[in-house]
Design a protein around this ligand. Structure first.
Ligand SMILES: *[C@@H]1O[C@H](CO)[C@@H](O)[C@H](O)[C@H]1NC(C)=O
Ligand SMILES: *[C@@H]1O[C@H](CO)[C@@H](O)[C@H](O)[C@H]1NC(C)=O
Ligand SMILES: *[C@@H]1O[C@H](CO)[C@@H](O)[C@H](O)[C@H]1NC(C)=O
Length: 304
């Protein structure tokens, strides 16, 4: 009995590794021009002007102690542009980084508890001090300037949840790795109804649970695509979205999208907000490209 389970596990793991490897090989083959003009023309950064709105942005990043180097990278590249960022991690000391100690073990089974712990902590300590509350992973890349500009179009006192919308079993939920944002109004509504409606959730997929809870509370995600249907919140890396043709990205993403998946130059809004699976190297490369042009000159000129 145990043998069967173990065997099945390894076969699944092996299959998974083959898929992941094949996917990486393909994306490397397809993106020889990654750090060149192509990307520079596709993605822009709105001119950063915080005084436009004055709203205050909070971010929490779920990480693990061994990922300290990723966390430092996140903090240096984009994290410090938030008005406040905290890493949520089960440790008593996390170098120079601001963190709050997650009291349970860092297992997959506890991911949901970690998310609930973080939002409860934020609700109890920071609700009145900040206006927007974002969740990210330590391999998410956030273009904070574009996030600020995007949010300035919405009133944080109202209830908004923004992210990449996935659908599973009829439930819409925000992709965890793409990051998602609650307005102050939404966080209030969510946490007020949480214990009664969602306190007994058992599933381990934190983003799916967030979606189920939102729907129980009668809350909806707001579409964050641009007027051309291109996505601002993105569940794969910049490389995979921008340079990988249909069929080369993993199938699950096509199956789970709420809206039609788009590739290459059609994938992402020029004022893109997030990418996921951004390793340290790719994050640095991407940040350097953005840095070179903070003045918004790379808006795509032609999309047929
Ligand atoms: C980049 O793309 C151009 C045009 O598609 C191609 O001619 C060139 O060989 C590519 N560069 C590399 C390093 O592959
Ligand atoms: C930022 O916005 C303020 C207020 O609208 C304006 O006075 C200022 O010139 C802007 N700064 C830049 C760099 O555009
Ligand atoms: C949000 O509500 C607070 C408290 O009622 C108020 O001071 C603030 O001006 C409101 N902000 C916006 C953008 O409506």
């Amino acid at each position: 009995m145990h043998k069967k389970i173990f065997c099945g596990f390894f076969v699944t793991l092996a299959g998974f590794l083959i898929i992941v490897t094949a996917w990486n090989v393909h994306s490397h083959v397809l993106d020889p021009n990654y750090s060149t003009e192509i990307l520079r023309r596709l993605i822009s950064v709105e001119e950063f002007n915080r005084s436009k709105q004055g709203a205050k942005l909070f971010c929490w990043v779920g990480t693990h102690e061994p990922n300290f180097d990723k966390a430092i990278n996140v903090f240096n590249l984009w994290g410090s542009k938030f008005d406040k960022i905290i890493f949520v991690v089960n440790t008593d000391s996390f170098g120079v980084l601001p963190f709050v100690r997650f009291p349970l073990q860092e297992t997959r089974d506890n991911l949901w508890h970690k998310t609930v712990f973080a939002f409860r902590h934020i609700y109890e300590n920071y609700l009145d001090e900040f206006d927007w509350f974002m969740k990210a992973d330590d391999d998410t890349f956030i273009v904070v300037d574009n996030l600020i500009t995007f949010l300035s179009g919405y009133n944080y006192n109202k209830s908004y949840v923004f992210g990449r919308e996935f659908v599973q079993n009829g439930v819409t939920f925000p992709s965890g790795g793409s990051g998602y944002v609650f307005s102050r109004g939404a966080l209030k509504q969510f946490m007020k109804g949480f214990d009664e409606n969602c306190g007994d959730f058992e599933g381990i997929l934190e983003d799916v649970n967030i979606g189920i809870c939102l729907s129980k509370l009668g809350m909806e995600l707001t579409d964050t695509r641009d007027s051309l249907g291109r996505f601002r919140f993105n569940p794969l890396s910049a490389r995979d979205h921008l340079f990988t043709r249909r069929g080369y990205n993993p199938q699950w993403i096509y199956d789970i999208e709420k809206y039609e998946m788009r590739e290459e130059q059609y994938c992402c809004a020029s004022d893109v907000i997030t990418f996921h699976y951004m390793g340290i190297e790719e994050s640095i490369e991407f940040a350097n490209i953005l840095e070179k042009d903070p003045k918004n000159q790379f808006i795509p000129t032609k999309f047929d």
